[in-house]
Design a protein around this ligand. Structure first.
Ligand code: SF4
Length: 167
């Protein structure tokens, strides 16, 4: 897996102050995609153990962070590597919320074991492809109105998709 960016502090990809990891590679090909450079799975640099450890340490060392967001690209095209990273994150920073952006719907993630496994590690998933005709710049943390915030633990508990309400 490659990563094409890391922002140590951002207020744009979820609530509060968040570290953001951009995972390279996406095959959704949404018209109007904000980051077409990230479609290439070879973009950026390899997510080595050293790089992963250094990003984890950076997150651990920042008490101001509310959480961490995975976006891309689409992290769900690299589910095993991302799940391994998030597991370490959960162990090192149990209080931080984990968000992930994906072009898959939550229901599609639940049908595929490896994608489901990564989804289970997250608190909130912003799901669905970006749809240019539904683009709405007034919406916080999402590009088009079809995209949903999914409350993962509530969805797994109830066995149905539960949307997360932004506070
Ligand atoms: S899922 Fe995201 S990165 Fe992939 S094509 Fe759509 S908007 Fe771009």
């Amino acid at each position: 897996m490659n990563v094409c960016g890391y922002i140590p502090e951002s207020i744009n990809e979820g609530p509060g102050l968040r570290a953001v990891l951009f995972v390279s590679g996406c095959r959704h090909a949404c018209a109007g995609c904000f980051n077409t450079d990230s479609w290439d799975f070879e973009a950026g640099e390899p997510f080595t153990e050293e790089l992963s450890a250094s990003i984890l340490q950076d997150i651990v060392d920042n008490p101001l962070l509310d959480g961490v967001t995975l976006c891309g690209g689409d992290p769900f095209f690299s589910p095993e590597e991302c799940a391994a990273f998030v597991r370490k994150l959960r162990t090192l920073c149990p209080g931080k919320s984990i968000w992930a952006y994906t072009g898959f719907t939550f229901e599609a993630l639940m049908r595929q074991p490896k994608l489901r496994e990564l989804a289970k590690q997250c608190d909130v998933i912003v799901d669905g492809k970006f749809q240019l005709e539904l683009r709405d710049v007034s919406l916080p943390f999402r590009g088009s109105s079809n995209q949903r915030f999914i409350d993962v633990s509530a969805s797994l508990e109830r066995g149905e998709t539960v949307e997360y309400v932004l506070r």
